[in-house]
Design a protein around this ligand. Sequence first.
Ligand code: WT7
Length: 648
Amino acid sequence: MTDTIESSLKAEHVLRPSKEFAAQANMNDPDIYQKAEDDPEGFWEGLADNIDWYHKWDKVLEWEPPHSQWFVGAKVNASYNCLDRHIRKNGDKVAIHWEGEMGNSESYTYKQLLESTCQFANGLKEIGVKKGDVVTIYLPMIPEAVIAMLACARIGAPHNVVFAGFSSDALAQRVGDAKSRYVITCDGYYHRGKLLDQKEKADKGLDKIEGVEKLVVVDHVANIVPMKDDRDIWWHDLIRGADTECEPEVMDSEDILFLMYTSGTTGKPKGVVHSTGGYLVGTYVTSNWIFDLKENDIYWCTADVGWITGHSYIVYGPLLNGATVVLYEGAPNYPDKDRFWDIIEMYGVTIFYTAPTAVRMFMKWGAKYPQMHDLSSLRLLGSVGEPINPKAWSWYYEQIGGSRCPIVDTWWQTETGMVMITSLPGLTPMKPGSATRPFPGIQASVLDKQGNRVPPGRGGYLAIENPWPSMIRTVYGDEQRFLDTYWSEWGTDIYLAGDGARVDEDGYFWILGRIDDVIKVAGHRLGTMEIESSLVSHPAVAEAAVDGKADEIKGEVIFAYVILSADVPESEELKQELIAHVAEEIGHIARPAGLIIAADLPKTRSGKIMRRVLKAITNGTDVGDVTTLQNPEIVEELKRKVKEASMH
Ligand code: WT7
């Protein structure tokens, strides 16, 4: 079946899916790419039949670049599609196996998940939430996070999930920008055995802004927390006696399903807007074909619900498929470094989806940890978030997948909503390190500045040349930023992804990493500007520059350069204070791994920081031509300081 593709490959190192896997795969029609290319709208329209609609569309696509409307005029509800429609056949099937960090666990069948969702949806109505109101969810990896999302979807209230590890400032920023009057959090949670006080963080954040009317608090760890009289309400009080039925709101296909804030090139994160109908079609089919979801699979994606991966491939995609999902609260090394493999063995996980940074960490910890467990239930592995280097790929393939599981390396973004470049596990021969080919119906390409396709082997800008159902609709409250960020490089009909890439002679895509001021630290997306503005908000700092430094495990780590305000003396304490300040202002994930106090930064004669030179200094590579610098003498001094800092 794969022979036609296989025989045309010129490639060095190719691994083809086994005949057995290919034979049973949900998608194994080699003509699918051509069919989709010949008639993309017909392709998506056919797939839309996998979703239950109250009313079908008048038109598949309305494309007024860069604005798309999908399944125009159709009516649908996301929560109905994730829950109700599975009940008749599969009510007692487990939807979620939740595993707490402390070893406690809970399972929800589809019926139970539906009832809990309805109860909470009724609770939300009780406190005044109406269709169209943005509800912010600031919860860790607990079942209530999923229930809250589905409850919002049920009543037509867009959700705005904020990663639980973000700081109070980051929460305030996102609640404020979304003008969200309702927030959901919890009393606390355990991370690496340590109790984190989530409620305190939420309180601190909400103190900084106005307009939040209700804060719903999940009692997750019996932590004693102060409750604000007329604002705060316990989750369990809200659902006590609530009806276990709640009629799903009939939503327009283009109504907003959720907002998801993500870092960009300015100091302010942007609220990516996703709508309903197209998102459901896109996440349904990508989950079905890429993860090959079957009736008996136990599927585990280790992402956090606070990121897009959690939205599309823990919640919506898998539940639309009626799958059984594992949700793990905690860290991979608690209580020991074999925790993930223990979970796989315990639940009989068949599909495992994680990030390259995690794989590299496992690799460093050693094969003895996975070897302590029976991983023979696994049949498919996935990777997401950053490029996976061939060495980590091979380790993952051999040590975790026992050389029998295909790996899907899935390239996509918060903005794309669904996977865009990936192999189809029963169809596409794999090349370690390549995300392989665009998903059927997606026209990806690598362009130069002028918009010409670059020849095979050469690097360029990754672009998407046609609309797709789950694409970003706008930036919440900032249409101009939407236009400027994604649609201004070559015109309003070609999407600029922000990644560098190259295509090889076989048409395989190799993602080279971000080409803008976004860095990926352990798969987390951070804007250098955000961190710089956090640093300069400290009174001791006059100027700051933040850069990504290559790291063996995390891909990149944050490296900060700081120029102190006049008369502020340099000290080790101050450095630590500045590092802590960033972690406090943004969250632990933004904590600089290194910080250098500098007399100056490499600048052009007009006073602009020369990023290219800084990048070379940070990474100890050749700085190249520095004759256009205003202050070339600073280069050697900074290089020396970076070297010193890296020795600690
Ligand atoms: C950026 C998007 C949506 C997944 C989670 C991250 C990088 C993502 C891959 C991959 C190489 C990848 C890109 C992209 N990225 N997947 N398989 N290979 N790079 O979502 O936070 O919006 O980040 O992650 O740089 O632009 P995100």
